[in-house]
Each structure stands twice: as structure tokens, then as C-alpha cells.
Design a protein around this ligand. Sequence first.
Ligand code: UD1
Length: 362
Amino acid sequence: MNKILTIVGARPQFVKAAALSRVFDASSDFTEVIVHTGQHFDEKMSDIFFEEMSIPKPKHNLEINSLGHGAMTGRMLEGIEQILLEEKPDMVLVYGDTNSTIAGALAAKKLHIKVGHVEAGLRSFNIKMPEEVNRILTDRISDVLLCPTDTAIENLKKEGYDNLEIDMVKSGDVMQDAAMFYAKTSEQKSTVIKDNNLAKNNFVLCTLHRAENTDSKERLQCIVDGLHQINESTPVVLPLHPRTAKMLEKFNIELNITLIEPVGYFDMIELLKNCKCVATDSGGLQKEAFFFQKECITMRDETEWVELVHNGFNTIVGASSKSIIEAFNKVGKQKIDFEVDLYGNGKAGENIVSAIRNTLNK
Ligand code: UD1
């Protein structure tokens, strides 16, 4: 029996872990223990995902949050190490690019426990982003790199990973697995469209939480100006992340659009299915827009998901209100063919579990 210890902490990781937990559960040679670092802790940022997506309850919760990067990562490292000594897993599985990701990978590697990285190989090439630092370091100390796209594999090859003793597999993206699975039932489970009086194809779904946007008064103000202009013709709906709420208050910036509480996964899928387009600085939502065949305006200076830009699904606008408006005015004007397989069409979970099996059996 292979024992996997899954480490999650932030909202998108709950979605990704849900897709894989289902496959582990169906595989007779795997057992899974889930550790929640506590990085995201509000009911609406955490618990709701475990309930809605039927993710097995975490066996351990470290309750580490609301700290600076050093303290947060350091305490996670210490806490995870203790759990690993007790649980003795065959592999630690980490997701994405958060402080929980690097803490989990580092704790495991120092104990000579194998590490699997889901969403490996992504790069924004902006080393000032904490996420970029977390990704690069996690990739380097992993034993199996589960890459969602061809671009991710190419990035790793350019960094010389071909010459390292690390398994590299193009697995597809577990977020597509999750989107396809939960989209079947989201309409029965969610009332978000009705509750907020939203008209089909006539609102913009927006999310905003990246440190590079929220922690700069100038960038935040420019984005808010752009959203206000869009909102004059088309309602902008924004489930507000706690970080953004804090920073808007700190900088005394007013945001007069449809602000709602952070939403669960079923609500998010319904918002995606029904919106006119997406405007976001989230990595995950850029892909989810594509899964639901919506154009995406990305309020960042670069993206890890370059294939979305190359195929015309995604426009990078930075934090310029002018570029945000220009991109918005182009939405729906050109014929876009969304029927291309960029992320594995729902088979990523199975591919990942078989790659993990190979690495463990070596
Ligand atoms: C983190 C990740 C980011 C990921 C995002 C997903 C890092 C460095 N960043 O950013 O890569 O895209 O999660 O959402 O790991 N807070 C609450 N309640 C919560 C969660 C957070 O109040 O449930 C507050 C925290 O106390 C903190 C702020 O929001 O003050 C930011 O949270 P933090 O965990 O630092 O990072 P995120 O911005 O969520």
C-alpha cells in the first residue's frame, strides 16, 4: 500500500486536491492522509470547499495563517516535519505555488521522503512574485514533476531538468477534472445567479487578490478605475478576497461594483457559466474561464498560462485602466474556437496517480 500525504492550505489547492482524492480513493493500492496548514481559514475560504466537494476531512490542521512569509513558512515547516515523522508517508504531494507548497516540499525532502509536485513547471518569469520563488524551489526538490501543459515541460527542459534525476510527466490539469465533474451538479446546488439578480451573459466575473495588485496603492487604484468604467455599462461582480478587502480599507479606496462574499465552488462554476467574460489576477480562474468558454482579461503583467494568450482566449492588460477597458470592448467581437485540448480534458487525475505509482515503484 502506498501512503500519500497531501498538503493543502489555500483555496485553489482544495479544488485540485478534490480531483485527486477521488482517484486515490478508487485505487486499491493507495491510501491518503490530508494535512491542512491553515493558511486559508475563513469558513468561506476553506470549510465550504471540503463540504461541497466531499474532500476527506484533514487529519491534521496546523492552523497557521495571517503571518509574514518568513514566520508562516517557518512554522509550517516545523509543523509538517512533526507530522511526517509520525505518519511516515511514501510520498508528500504538494500543489501549486503557495507558502504551504514550499513548506511541505522542504519538510519532506529533508527527511528523505519523496515529493510530488502537482502544477510543476509553471513560470511567470517574475521572480518578485512570492509564487514564482515557491514554484522554482519546489520543482527543484521534487521527485516527480506533474506538469499540466507542454509549456510547463518546455520551461523545465530549458532549466536543465532533462539532466536531473527527477521524473517529469505531462499530466494535464486537475482543475479541468474538477470543473468537468462539479459542473454536472452546480446548477442544482447554487443560487448565486438568482440571489444577485444577474442576467445571463451580461455581467463580468471579477476576482482580485494577488499581492502585486493589492499591495500597491497605485496599481489597485488603476484597476478599480477600470472596473468602475466597465460597471457603467455591464455589472461587475467581485467575490471579495480578505486580502483585497483589507488593502482597499487601508488605502481608503472605494469600490462601487457588485461586491459579494467569497463564493464556494458551485457558485463559482455558475458565475463562470453565466458571465459575459472574466477579469482576474488569479491563475486558476484564467483556466476556468477557458473551460467554460469565456474570454478572460488578465490584470497582471504576465501569465503562467501562455497557451491561453497564444490561442486568443486571454488578454494580458496589467494594471492599466485604459488596457482593461480596451480589452473589455473587444470581448465577443472575434470568433474564437474554444474546442482545443490544452489541459487534458479531465484525465489529469488518472495520469498523475499512475505517474506517482511509477516513481514510487522505482
Ligand atoms: C495565497 C497564495 C497565492 C494564491 C492564493 C489563493 C502565497 C504566497 N500566496 O495568497 O499564491 O493564489 O493564496 O487564494 O502563499 N485571509 C483571511 N482569511 C482567509 C485567508 C486569508 O482573512 O481565509 C487573510 C490573511 O490573514 C492575510 C491575507 O488574507 O492577511 C492574505 O492571505 P495569504 O494566505 O497571505 O495569501 P493569499 O493572498 O490568499
